[in-house]
Design a protein around this ligand. Sequence first.
Ligand code: IPM
Ligand code: MG
Length: 349
Amino acid sequence: MTQRIVLLPGDGIGPEVTVAARTVLESVCGDQIEFSSHPLGGCAIDEFGTPLPDATLEACLAADACFLGAVGGPKWSDPAAAQRPEQGLLNLRSALGLFANLRPVPVFDVLSQHAPLRPELLEGVDLFFVRELTGGIYFGDRQERTGDAAYDTMSYTVAEVERVAHVAFKVAQKRRGKLTSVDKANVLASMRLWRAVILEVAKQYPDVEVEHQLVDAMAMHLMRRPSDFDVILAGNMFGDILSDEAAVLAGSLGVLPSASLGEGKLGLYEPIHGSAPDIAGQGIANPIGAVLSTALMLRHSLAKDAAALQVERAVRKALADGFRTADLAGANETVSTTEQMTQAILDRL
Ligand code: IPM
Ligand code: MG
């Protein structure tokens, strides 16, 4: 059966890493998949006056899985702009009902020499973030600036916290059985509800050890004792912030993948890095976050677990064999382009 993949290359380095993702998927799935490409983000504003054109949304709704490169850039960041590229992505996540964002943090031994943390701190680090993606302050009531004020609202319902909690507990059951829920329950009402719901849901998973951390303390623990954590569950904004912080452990933001999932099989897969306008168009972006996102796609949407593992192993092998994009290279290492790194991965598949 042919599976339909929608590609959303987006802006900046998005199109470059999307080529890498597509090539890897073609190599492992052959003609069992059919691609179509659609505008999202800044390029869609330029062409259609909206960051999420109806045709793009329709294609995504009809797909088996979607891949996104990146959205945004200085061209569209005027604070007074009526349309923002990021809004297209947020509306897409919401319209597809993708409430659970999975962000594994791949820590490669061969990269630990270059991570800003001492290598011994990285020993045994294996983190997996589950971020709530369609609620919280990203989607609460808001007022753009009028005069001297503007506001955003953080709100959560029991049902919203429950459904993402179940995803996180199930992930923890398949891993080392530990879940750290992040909140700010000492200050925020929505976060007291968050913690209460996690405590309730935890009763259904007696095999998972649960702890609660305040987000400020968690930001510090992640750098001081990252190997103590397994699954980290957080709301939309805290998960966004902490997962970028955790990228330091992996050596570069460029290697982190993500999967956004809802109730069904349809998912949106994207590297967690942004559009990196400073290096766009130069062919030097790291394709690993994108390629590892295709592994998540193979696993969660396309029912190809074995292929997912092959892709992950090929990435590991390419790194072990010394291939480094600019963001990963040390002083005396040879730097690979996006295309060379992609080829190195394909050669090891
Ligand atoms: C991410 C990004 C997005 C987010 C932006 C581009 C809207 O930072 O996926 O982490 O904040 O969710
Ligand atoms: Mg982010």
